[in-house]
Design a protein around this ligand. Sequence first.
Ligand code: GPQ
Length: 840
Amino acid sequence: LPPEDKADKSELLWTLLTQGMENMDRDVESIQKHIVNHCQFTLARTQFNLDSFGLYQATALSIKDHLLGMWNVTQQTFTNKDVKRVYYLSLEFLVGRALQNAVLNLDIEGEYSQALMELGTDLEKLYEEEKDAALGNGGLGRLAACFMDSLATLDYPAWGYGIRYRYGMFAQKIVDGAQVEFPDYWISYLNVWEIPRIDVSYSVRFYGEVRVVSDSPRVVEWVGGEVVQAVAYDVPIPGYGTKNCINLRLWSAKPAKEFDLQSFNQGDYLGAIEDRHKSENISQVLYPNDNTYMGKELRLKQQYFFVRATLQDILRRFLKRPREWEELPDKVAIQLNDTHPSIGIVELLRILVDEHGLEFERAWGIVVKSFHFTNHTVLPEALEKWPVELLGHLLPRHLDLIYDINYRFLQQVQAWRPGDMDVLARMSLIDEAHPRSIRMANLAIIGSTHVNGVAALHTQLLKTTIFKDFCEFFGESKFQNKTNGVTPRRWLHQANPGLAAVITSWLESDAWIANLDELAGLRAHIDNPELAADFARVKRANKVRLAELIQSTNGIEVDPDALFDIQVKRIHEYKRQLMNILAVIVRYLAIKEAVAGGASKAELAAAFVARVSIFAGKAAPGYHNAKRIIRLITAVADVVNNDPDVGSLLKVVFMPNYNVSLAEVIFPGTDLSEQISCSGMEASGTGVGKATLNGALLICTMDGASIEIAEEIGHDQVFVFGALASEVDGLRAQVQFNTPPDCAPLAKAKAAIRDGTFGNYDEFPLLLDSFSGRNDYYLINTDFESYLDAQARADAVYRDQDAWLRKAILSTAGMGFFSSDRTIRQYAEEIWGVKPCPRE
Ligand code: GPQ
């Protein structure tokens, strides 16, 4: 702390605070006292009303105390060293549970386990008491959470910023075979992990008007409208093998501090209170859309609320020391996780120009140097475009500034390509089509120093398709690739302790947990049958665990020796769960045909590898076709699972409410992982990394990160099929103008759906129409036979368990590159220019 802050503290207080909670005792007895203290004094529970949930809370609170000790010193170190910080701005953080993660990262599981055992409870049971923090939709939000783990582990001076949604990702139930959404009121009880910072609060304005204060120099102010308050809630994020602990700051909306005295004076006391509380709506709910843009005003409010609070916080920290504004990019790197926080670019410009009087060009230069932007999709329906009228009404000053930015930018474009009106129209921040709208991706590109895609193919597609003009204008060096990764702490060390132990014993070290490249060491033992036996044993145990979960949630009995074929992710037409279930139908019909033809049990077993087809994932509530796909999967499951002809040769399971905790059980139990998106459409995919890390084999198209994974683990390990991204446009044109007939197996599967084999549901004809003939935008028919062929190859290898295990081991062994540690290091070195800052 700067010396003056010491002035108001006694010597004793100063000393005690400085020592802090840093060296909390880690012995079993101290841990027990600490937990019991929290039971009694934080939770006010006695021996008469202490249940498992209370014990979980007390245990988590005691772990949090450890974290806060580390957290305080970490933050003080960053401040004292005055290092450049990176700020990761994301509307989503799909963190999942925190207790086990923290216990493992602190390397204190043994002590806690024993402490709790002596108190008569089981640490593992307490893990299950925790509700997932589901502040995200899918891959994009989970990536942010993996990044936080890596940033902490690698000692980077980083902050995450997000929104503390009261309702996270909805809970999914399957009622009569269909998805039904329920609110996820996850903070209904005390959220033990967060620290409310009532003192860290900023005001945020909406609506109102822009007033000219003086004409030359031109000074304007934004006044009136509504004001709400953003209050900080901090969540400590521990790293693995480090005493650093970083911060995730989430904003919650509260009524503004200032009372509207007028309405109070008019005597409408209750009305005025009611109005004030409407402001809390802003942080109520996470929008449940993945890969689609929904032009809702409240969503834009969330985005602005978020960046307004965050930027005030960042600048307050920056201005703690006397600085020139030009130093901002030397001290601050702001990473935009997709365009969701991109209005922050305009907000920083507004702050510098309107609040601090900087000249426009000077301010713009500082802004661009401070921001960097990650794109996560090339799907046109996902690109954010805010109607001019909506944005101008909510943020009038920002619309002015967007016009100013655009005017200056288009002058440069004009100078670059004189007379080319098309390029001008394409690159403009304004889409002139009705209704006129602001293209947030264009804003994010011109307002950032670096733009990156999330896998090699995706970045290539950005540069040659949707961002081509910008790439030519700015030069290639602005556009980088940062292939996604996953954190090995959660997705192997925590989720699969069995495999983690096997790996550690064969490598004779657990260094892989912090340096995933070490996994390559497994290759040295590839010919050793004992390693294969270890892999087989662990996989089987994980499949038994998964089978038990399926039994308890779905009431379906599955055979752990069957091939577990798994597709878990958001339901989306481009991800092609539909193609998967159609292939399941083909398999079912083939079994039925064989039985009808009089095949014996032995003949059936020789002809078909026993399989369990497992699906899980949520559909956006308004995405009808995605919901129809769920309906079809559950209908097929009902028929197949109850058909005595089929027995254990084929089971179909739709596991409800896919979330991080469920994923932690599913990936370790996966044999075959389905990554079957239409090529060019899955930006990266991150589930693919989690499955492969856990020794699953991959059946995939050449799309997203699968391409690089196949490269790293060896193409021999992977069952590849389908059209290449480079062929998709041509094939689509063919489907449009010279529509080929359905291939025979697809025609059969469709006929079975149509003739009511799986029930007569209104949805099915609509679903069939949506991809039939010329409508087959996702090329299901085109890829179908090659998909079936890849499935047959997978079956053949599964019959040869030695061959299968060899591929499984080589899959895990080749995953070093896909650690989010590698990704984060690349961001730090190639984009942010931040260096590790371990605690003093
Ligand atoms: N992704 Cl645009 C999401 O999860 N949500 C989104 O709204 C958008 C992208 C995913 C993307 O589909 C995956 O391919 C990526 O692996 C993931 O982001 C992380 O980059």
